[in-house]
Design a protein around this ligand. Sequence first.
Ligand SMILES: [Zn+2]
Length: 259
Amino acid sequence: MGFSLTWLPEVLKAAGLKVALVPGWETRGAGDVSHIVGVICHHTAGPLQGNMPSLKLLTNGRGGKHPLPGPLSQLGLGRDGTFYVIAAGRANHAGKGRWQSFAAGNSSFIGIEAENTGLDNDPWPEEQMDAYRRGVAAILIHIQRGAAFCAGHKEYALPKGRKSDPSFDMERFRASVAAVINGTAAPAPFIPAVDPQGGRPTLRRGAEGPLVSAVQAAVGVPQDGSFGPKTEAAVRGFQRSQGLLADGIVGPKTWAMIP
Ligand SMILES: [Zn+2]
């Protein structure tokens, strides 16, 4: 059973974004999508704490009084700017609505659920918004559509007022997506592959070996030499404590803080 959206991780990685695959993503979907014409942006309205606490719900759907089978989106976007690839098939994210004359939201649009409560208590982190606009731009470039094919759920949903997500201004968001597509946005921060001082390679999630153990010793997690999510979270904490951008990637600036 092959679903269509297996290109998502590569397209996002090629745009310099952090990507985590949710096990089973390649064969997850309420059937397959049809021809994809755009992206619908959401926020989860989930818990205030944690990087992507809504991931299980998005993956498996919800029961209760108004059950909705999962997946509830193809992508989740964590507060640290990591894209979680949940499904390569169709997802129940859109419901009834219309955008750019397309009404079959679940079949024609990729859904991105960004972790945010949607309330004033949860300002959008710049790392997350930067990844949001770059990720949407990368997808639209891949499907050869312009920024106008990025809708907010609140714009797509009918009847009007049925949805309020995402909480940010969509006209401004589309302008920032267009700037990435047109190449007029500031480039993504460039991280050299090797630390010019010490010659140590830039490490990120998925890396293995003795240098990973050295990082783990510095950030205080068990030294198993394998750069997984726990190490990444500890690296982010370490970076924050050192006044660095907490991207979870050990590049020259972070290496400089590690003896
Ligand atoms: Zn939504």
